[in-house]
Design a protein around this ligand. Sequence first.
Ligand code: ADP
Ligand code: MG
Length: 259
Amino acid sequence: MTTLVPADAPAPLTPSLLYLDGVTVSFDGFRALNELSLQIAPGEMRAIIGPNGAGKTTMMDVITGKTRPDTGEVLFDRGVDLTRLDEAAIANLGIGRKFQKPTVFESHTVEDNILLALKGDRRARAVLTARTSDQETRRLDEILEIAGLTAQRHRLAGLLSHGQKQWLEIGMLLAQDPKLLLVDEPVAGMTDAETEATAALLKRISAADHSVVVVEHDMAFVRALGVKVTCLHEGSVLAEGAIDTVSENPRVIEVYLGR
Ligand code: ADP
Ligand code: MG
């Protein structure tokens, strides 16, 4: 079958899961984001790099509704305008955010932590005494596998290493089945082995069809992800592309890598 498309036809609607265009955020006249434009495809993992103060965290604050942009478009999942929604409504749309400090229940086991997240209920006693459906059990096993914590499932979360706690927290976010997961500096404070394991974990999440936006300074980690990289600087995109292209960009070397 042939589809005729006139040469002057408008471009097809963007297939982006997340679409930022011309986003500006000012704090007392200082532009933390300055006409930022960025698009993430469904199922894509994107690494965000850039010097301190480049606006990386502010970008995540805008996406999650913590900060309202002064101007610009922020659209999610076929045109939902995130600038009109509050943080809870945005989370409910399927945007999960991993903060740096893990907030796991230390006195519960790894699998109970994930079950609590799966059932979307923080009343531990009620949840943990209730019956777990076969579907929940399957999902629990799947999440433990993705998070690399199957062997640790019966351990108390409080006994996990720093890295394992971070993975558990990511597993708890996965339990909410986000379309998009935002992760800010996940390997800070991790050993080299934990850093490598975290790259593998995020790749499994991405392969399971979740989009991921990960901010990280550790270039070995970013390289291990093997995904498209965006370098932010002064609130906008300085360079974007494969890691080799971006890391050879003279401006990126000047403002970030070469320091
Ligand atoms: P990054 O995460 O890339 O290091 P941030 O997004 O945290 O950068 O910060 C970008 C700029 O905006 C920085 O100069 C920071 O000081 C400023 N900034 C961020 N949040 C606020 C705020 N709530 N009030 C004032 N300035 C802020
Ligand atoms: Mg930051």
